[in-house]
Each structure stands twice: as C-alpha cells, then as structure tokens.
Design a binder for this molecule. Structure first.
Ligand code: HEC
Ligand code: HEC
Length: 392
C-alpha cells in the first residue's frame, strides 16, 4: 500500500517535470527555412514540387506508365509548411485539447488511424474511416463524398465538427493568440498579418499536407524505366491491374492511383450500420446513391481497414470484393453501379499477383518529422504510434 502511494507521487512528480520541461523547450521552437524533400526552393522563396513525372506528357486517363501528374497545389513557403506541421500534431487545436489532426491521421499508419471508423472527441465513433493523406495536395475534391473543394476549406470541417475536434473559431483564435510561441511562429510564416486568424491556421495546415508527397515507390522506379524494380509476380500483377478484365486502373489511374472521380462500387457497411448514401446527399442525384471518391492506392498497405466505413479488414478482402458478382455486398439497395465494375473472374495466381503489385506502391521516404516538442507545451497524444518503424 505504501509502495503504491509512493509510486503515485513519483508519477505526478515526473509528469510535472515533463510538462515543465516541454514548456521551456517550446519557447525555443523555430521554423525551418528549408523546403521538404522533393521540393525545390524558388527565388521567390516558395517551395515547388520536383518529380520525374513532370517530364512526361502522354495523354492522361489511359493508366500508362508515363502518365503525367495532375497539378500540385503548391505556392507555400518552407516556414508555412513547417508551421503547419506543428499545428497538425498539436491537440491545442481541439476544443478540449485532447485531439490533434494527427490523432486520426497518424504518420505511422499511412496518415490514417488503423480503425474502421475514426473516434472523435468524447470517444464518439464517426460515420466514416479516416482517409490517407498521402498526395492530398493533388486532389481537386476532398472527403469520401468529395464535398470540400480545397485543403483549406477541408480543414475547417474537423476543427469545428462537434464529434471530431469540437472547437469554435473564437476559441481557436484565442488559444493561439494567447500562446507566445505560436505568436512568434505565425509572425515568421505570415509577417504581414498582425493577429492569428483561422485563415492562416487552415492555410498552414494545407501547406503541410500538400508536402506529403509519395512518388518514389518501386512502382515509380519501374514507371521511369527500371525493369528490375518489380519482380515477375509484381509485373504480372501490374498487367492484371491494367487489364480489361479487372479494370482497376480505369478508376485507380496512375500515377496518383485515383482518377479523382466519384464511383458507385457497392462497398459494404459494417454489421448493423445503416447504408451510407455517400455523394447522393451532397448532390441530390439518385445516380450518386452510394458513390464515393475513388481513393488513392499509394501506401495502401499501411492504411487498413479499407473502404469508406472500414468494412473490409485487409487487401485480400478488397480483392475478393472486386472478384465477385457486381453489387453482391449491398443487395438491398437500388444502386447504379459503375460500368467498369465487372466480375473479372481472376484465378488465385492473378489475385496473388494483384496483391503483390499493390505492395509495390509503398514509399515513405518523405515522411515528415514528428515534432518532439509542441508550441503549446501539450504532450503528443499516442506518441508511440507515430513512427513508421512501430508498424509490425
Ligand atoms: C476524429 C478523427 C479525425 C480528426 C481529429 C481529423 N480528421 Fe481528417 N478525416 C477524418 C475522417 C473520418 C475523414 C473522412 C470524413 C468524410 O469523408 O466524411 C477525414 C478526412 C480528411 C481529409 C480528406 C482526405 C481526402 O482524401 O478526401 C483531410 C485532408 C483531412 N481529413 C485532414 C485533417 C486535418 C487537417 C485535421 C486537423 C485539423 C483532421 N483531418 C482531423 C478523421 C479525422
Ligand atoms: C469503378 C471504379 C473502380 C474500379 C474499377 C476499382 N475501384 Fe477500387 N475503389 C473505388 C472506389 C469508389 C472506392 C471507395 C469505395 C467505398 O469506400 O465505398 C475504392 C476502394 C478501393 C480500395 C480501398 C481504398 C481505401 O483507402 O480504403 C482498394 C484497395 C481498391 N479500391 C482496389 C481496387 C482494385 C485492386 C481494383 C481492381 C480489381 C479496383 N479497386 C477497381 C473505385 C474503383
């Protein structure tokens, strides 16, 4: 008994020490003036993406190896990107200071959270699964139903959504302006504005997220001409992926592995969950009942479970889902399934090859550094899960 109370005191003391330590260190935080990997600093000080795909100009939409990239949303300074990194990891942005963007978009989990459906403030289970954020800087619409048109607009969703971070504009601006370290950092990144407003917050978050670029996978080396980058099985998988039978690349079009369109696939809901009408709710169009944005397959091995509500636990289940009768998983709904969904009747070897190919899309070489100390002095939540190395 005595031992127990002693250890409680020790823990309290250690926590106080730890908190005290971080507050002091927080004042020493400054912003990097270097652009992230894959970006070049231009003369005007802004960071611009560099990739071999810039040099290709084959017609888009065919899913070929040398399809150029869509436009990247850039135009951010190195300091704005680095400020966005601190904000992304800081629970100060949520109403009760318990949730950061990174709670649900963890770098070690493909910027998703390993859950079928994310869990917000007060342990509320959300309607949908957290999408990966790799390559979001290329996307023209965001959220599973495509309802946000820019990263800056998107960020205001989770910040003020009651179930997610449950903050208010007033409280967010108040808590950032009250913090000396943040005032100094915003001053560096946005020298022309006097006080911190939600617009700079969402701008910096967009800057950071647009730097999450993954284009150096083994597939990319293969696409740029290195035949040896893929094994024979993976090359067969690539052929299956592009084949007229499977048609994966018609929707998951390289190099982003999404054509950025909405499609009705009739992906299942988890047991007991009501059918999610997807983009029908936003557009009012019955033809979009059950339509979701085609997600990227970059780093797909890191972000299980899959689909808008995480109903499919692993990639094997996703492949079985496609290699089965059209619409079989949602039989009780009137859905206009996309015409590219067929029953490809793949044999087992083709299924394994397809799986092997999906694994070649892994590349975390530009994984950003997780801040050791946050400007708010708050401790990082769920810190052990933040490193790619911690993935089993
Ligand atoms: C509680 C968990 C949670 C938190 C916290 C959270 N997100 Fe998300 N995020 C989600 C879920 C779930 C979705 C999908 C929602 C939907 O489509 O309806 C999503 C979607 C997104 C998307 C769209 C990606 C795409 O491909 O369409 C972006 C970008 C994003 N979040 C960024 C952020 C940022 C920035 C923050 C912090 C300000 C944040 N998220 C905080 C769970 C979370
Ligand atoms: C008609 C367009 C279309 C075709 C063809 C297609 N997909 Fe998809 N794919 C989607 C859409 C839309 C989703 C999201 C569906 C949802 O969540 O309800 C998706 C989801 C996925 C996911 C889960 C992604 C995530 O982040 O949860 C994987 C993996 C996937 N598809 C692989 C494939 C493979 C492999 C093929 C070929 C056998 C294929 N897809 C064919 C449109 C398509």
């Amino acid at each position: 008994m005595r031992f127990k109370s002693l250890s409680v005191v020790t823990v309290i003391f250690t926590v106080l020490l730890a908190c005290h330590g971080t507050v002091i260190a927080a004042e020493r935080i400054t912003l990097s003036s270097k652009c992230p990997p894959s970006f070049e600093k231009l003369e005007n000080g802004l960071c611009e993406l560099r990739s071999l795909y810039e040099f290709y100009n084959s017609p888009a939409g065919f899913g070929g190896l040398k399809t150029p990239l869509p436009e990247h949303q850039g135009g951010y300074s190195a300091e704005q990107i680095d400020l966005g990194r601190y904000l992304f990891f800081d629970p100060l942005l949520s109403g009760d200071k318990t949730k950061a963007c990174s709670s649900c978009h963890q770098p070690g989990k493909g910027f998703s959270d390993g859950l079928a459906r994310s869990v917000g403030i007060d342990n509320e289970v959300l309607e949908r699964s957290a999408p990966s954020l790799w390559n979001v800087g290329f996307l023209k619409s965001l959220f599973w139903d495509g309802r946000a048109k820019s990263l800056q607009e998107q960020a205001k969703g989770p910040l003020f959504e009651k179930k997610e971070m449950n903050n208010t504009i007033e409280n967010l601006e108040f808590s950032l302006n009250k913090n000396k370290t943040y005032r100094a950092l915003f001053n560096i990144a946005y020298p022309e504005s006097r006080t911190i407003s939600v617009n700079e917050v969402s701008h910096a978050l967009a800057a950071f997220q647009s730097s999450l670029v993954s284009l150096n996978s083994r597939y990319d080396r293969y696409a740029h001409g290195d035949q040896e980058a893929l094994t024979e099985q993976e090359r067969i998988g690539h052929t299956v992926f592009r084949s007229f039978a499977a048609r994966c690349s018609q929707c998951h079009t390289p190099p982003l592995f999404t054509n950025q369109q909405l499609a009705v696939t009739a992906a299942p809901e988890p047991e007991g969950k009501e059918f999610d009408v997807g983009a029908e709710k936003i557009s009012g169009q019955a033809s979009l009942r059950g339509a979701f944005k085609v997600p990227t397959l970059r780093n797909i091995t890191l972000s299980a479970p899959f689909m808008h509500s995480g109903a499919l636990a692993d990639l094997e289940s996703v492949i079985s889902f496609y290699n089965n009768e059209r619409g079989h998983a949602v039989a009780d709904q009137e859905l206009q399934l996309h015409w590219h969904l067929v029953n490809p009747r793949l044999n087992e070897d083709d299924e394994f090859a397809l799986l092997a190919f999906l694994k070649t899309l892994e590349d975390e070489t530009t994984l950003p550094r997780v801040p050791e100390v946050l400007p708010s002095g708050l401790l990082l939540k769920e810190a052990p899960m933040y490193t790619a190395q911690s993935i089993p």
